[in-house]
Design a protein around this ligand. Structure first.
Ligand SMILES: [Zn+2]
Ligand SMILES: [Zn+2]
Length: 275
């Protein structure tokens, strides 16, 4: 039985004879169903038209993304630690070349995913590398392919390896998580931020949204809470969800001033919008 994949969000569902008809992840306001309707594919069909590309972002951190782009178009990140490799976020395509390359790099000790839009084909990856998937329990309702490899965690932080910590920030999703890598950025600290802290095109600011495709903002308290959660962690580099969304330095200060700008906009009295 094929495990169908939603073409719009890239989420793989549990194996079934027929396609699942609707995608609950696209059917709610943080995603969308295109006007042409719900479309499905399979892992095999995807592999016929796409391959994965690799880019080293910094020492010990390799991006893995599908070309041509598929669904939301995010790339995963393979993070090397002294204890083994961690995969941050995930993509829908795991082809034979990617499996061979990741195995040659030492395989995976775990997979951690920022939020449900990037759950993608996580179970394929978990089975291929015999690795657990760490998901925040706050988003359990969005797991479309349940599997024993999925380990739910609760609370605000989860240490994954020495210097590697998952931080639950919430915001975009209740269980919205970022990864802090203490040794990243040559010891200045790196944040892997997914869609939870969104790197925007000018790289001088980040932003935060409940829904990106539908442009629905977060409340001021939700954005301030993200700042509070990140406060104890030093970082200078931020790697967002796409190959080109990277802030090479000044990340901590950029997050601080972005939160101030955002909160001022959503708490404003409207007078700034008339100027
Ligand atoms: Zn979908
Ligand atoms: Zn998202």
């Amino acid at each position: 039985m094929p495990a169908f994949i939603c073409v719009t969000c890239g989420t793989q569902f549990k194996p079934s004879d027929k396609d699942p008809a609707r995608c609950p992840i696209c059917d709610e306001p943080r995603q969308f169903v295109p006007p042409s309707g719900q479309v499905w594919t399979t892992h095999e069909a995807l592999a016929r038209r796409h391959i994965n590309a690799f880019q080293q972002h910094e020492r010990g951190l390799i991006g893995i993304g599908t070309v041509p782009a598929f669904a939301i178009g995010q790339r995963a990140l393979l993070l090397k630690t002294d204890e083994g490799n961690v995969l941050w976020d995930c993509i829908s395509l795991l082809d034979d070349a990617t499996t061979a390359i990741v195995k040659a790099l030492g395989g995976l000790i775990g997979i951690a995913i920022s939020h449900p839009h990037y759950y993608s084909s996580m179970v394929e990856w978990a089975h291929a590398f015999d690795a657990p998937i760490h998901l925040h329990a706050g988003d359990r309702q969005w797991i479309m392919r349940p599997d024993p490899s999925i380990k739910l965690w609760d609370g605000d932080t989860l240490p994954l390896a020495g210097g590697v910590t998952l931080i639950r920030c919430g915001g975009h999703f209740a269980g919205g998580t970022v990864l802090h890598w203490e040794q990243g950025g040559g010891g200045r600290g790196t944040l892997l931020s997914g869609d939870i802290v969104q790197v925007i095109p000018d790289r001088k600011f980040v932003t935060f949204m409940r829904s990106y495709p539908n442009m629905i903002p977060l409340s001021a308290p939700a954005v301030e809470r993200i700042g509070t959660m990140l406060e104890p962690y030093p970082f200078d580099v931020i790697h967002g969800a796409w190959f080109d969304r990277t802030i090479p330095r000044g990340g901590k200060e950029i997050v601080k001033r972005s939160i101030e700008r955002y909160v001022a906009a959503v708490r404003g009295d409207g007078s700034a919008d008339l100027q």
